[in-house]
Every structure is written in structure tokens, then in C-alpha cells.
Design a protein around this ligand. Sequence first.
Ligand SMILES: C[S@@+](CC[C@H](N)C(=O)[O-])C[C@H]1O[C@@H](n2cnc3c(N)ncnc32)[C@H](O)[C@@H]1O
Length: 234
Amino acid sequence: MPDQKFAHPRLAAVYDTFDADRGDLEAYEDIAAELGAHHILDYGCGTGSLAVRLTARGHQVTGYDPAAASLDIARAKTSAVTWAADTGGLSDFDLVVMTGNVAQVFLTDTDWNTTLHTVSGLLRPGGHLVFETRRPEYRIWDEWAHRRPDTRHVPGIGDVKLDFQLTGVRLPLVSFRDTYTFPDGDVLTSETTLRFRDRHELDASLTAAGYRITDVRQAPDRPAMERVFLCEKP
Ligand SMILES: C[S@@+](CC[C@H](N)C(=O)[O-])C[C@H]1O[C@@H](n2cnc3c(N)ncnc32)[C@H](O)[C@@H]1O
């Protein structure tokens, strides 16, 4: 079940403004070119930021997300991407990408392993899964504990204030609450829990799901903070 900030229409509408720095996406555009991928699935595409960019580069792109409100925002950006609310009927992708740390939303081993198998079924033999995940050793939650309120102007809506509160560090799970205050006084909250997996755990789960790990890189825009896995379906 996606968090409210992806699933609630009012919160999905402000997501791009609060997540405006997308320097992370360039690396995925480069990897898609490096792998020669034509048919690409953006798994957990959210508001479609990467899918739109990949389409503009000439790839044939499908964006999948279970949060209908986020997909509505994505759909309004372009009809050149195929937007999907489920993965039924999808197959034969050269590349499946998970950006924005989608891999961390799968909290249990069962959820993660099931996702890896689902994605494998969506790839053609020789296709790749590429995803990022925050390194637990970096302890990003120590920085999150000091995050300050952030007010941004959202076109068509006005000034929206975001208060962030770290609500729990019970490793490997880290939880936080986002509280949004809208110009009309409406206050909406979104609760998030993320799973931090270490390198050993990721290697083991990917191998068990039948992938060959071809490379593990640093995210160029966030060195030391994240790992980017390139995995091939043999
Ligand atoms: C942090 S956002 C990243 C969105 C997008 N990839 C980006 O980079 O902007 C995480 C996304 O994961 C999606 N999500 C949550 N649960 C999911 C699931 N079980 N399967 C696929 N996506 C899921 C959410 O709806 C949300 O859009």
C-alpha cells in the first residue's frame, strides 16, 4: 500500500515541487544508453519524472505505479509513455529501473523477494534490473533527525509547508512522518517506513532470485550514500 504522499491526490500534486532536484536521474539515462535498452519499465514510477525523460531520449517506456494519484500526475505530463496501474500483461523489457529508492519500500523479505521474481518475469532473457538503495552504513537518518521545515511555492496551489519528523529508527527499518500544511489551512500527513538492506543481504537476495550482479556503483550525485545495482537476468 503506497504512502499517502503518493496515493493522496493533494499530496501527489505537490510531490514534484518538494522533490525538485532530480540530479539522480541522469545516471539512469546514461545507464539505459550504456545497456542499449530500448523497451524500458519504470517500476514505481511515481509522478513519472524518469519515464518522461527516457521517452524524450527515444526509448519506448512504460511507467508502473500502484498509486493512482501519482499516475494521474504522470499521465498529465505526456501520453508518449504507457502508464500502468498494475503489471498484468507487461513483458519482454530490456530494462526495468527502480529510482527514488523504490527498493526500500519493500519492508519484508517476502515482499522484496516477490518483487525480484515479479521483475524477473517482466524482463527478457539478457535484460537488466537497475535500482538504487541507500547504504545503511551512511546512517542518513542521523541527518534526517535535523531536517528543518520547508515551505515551497507550488504552481496553482500556493505556498505549502512541509514538516518532517523522524518517528522511529528500529534497524533495518526507519520511519518518518511528513506533514503538509496547505494555503487553505488543510493539514495532511503521510507516514513512511523504509527498509535499509546491506550489501550482503542485497547480493544474497538478488542471486537467490536468479540475477547476475554485473556492477554495483555509487550514485554519481550522492557518492557514499547509495548503491546502484546493475543486475542481469541470464
Ligand atoms: C520515493 S517514490 C519514487 C518515485 C519515482 N521512482 C521517482 O524517482 O520519482 C516511491 C514510489 O514507490 C511506489 N510504490 C510503493 N509501493 C510500491 C509497490 N509495492 N510496488 C511498486 N511501487 C511501489 C510509490 O507509489 C512511489 O511512487
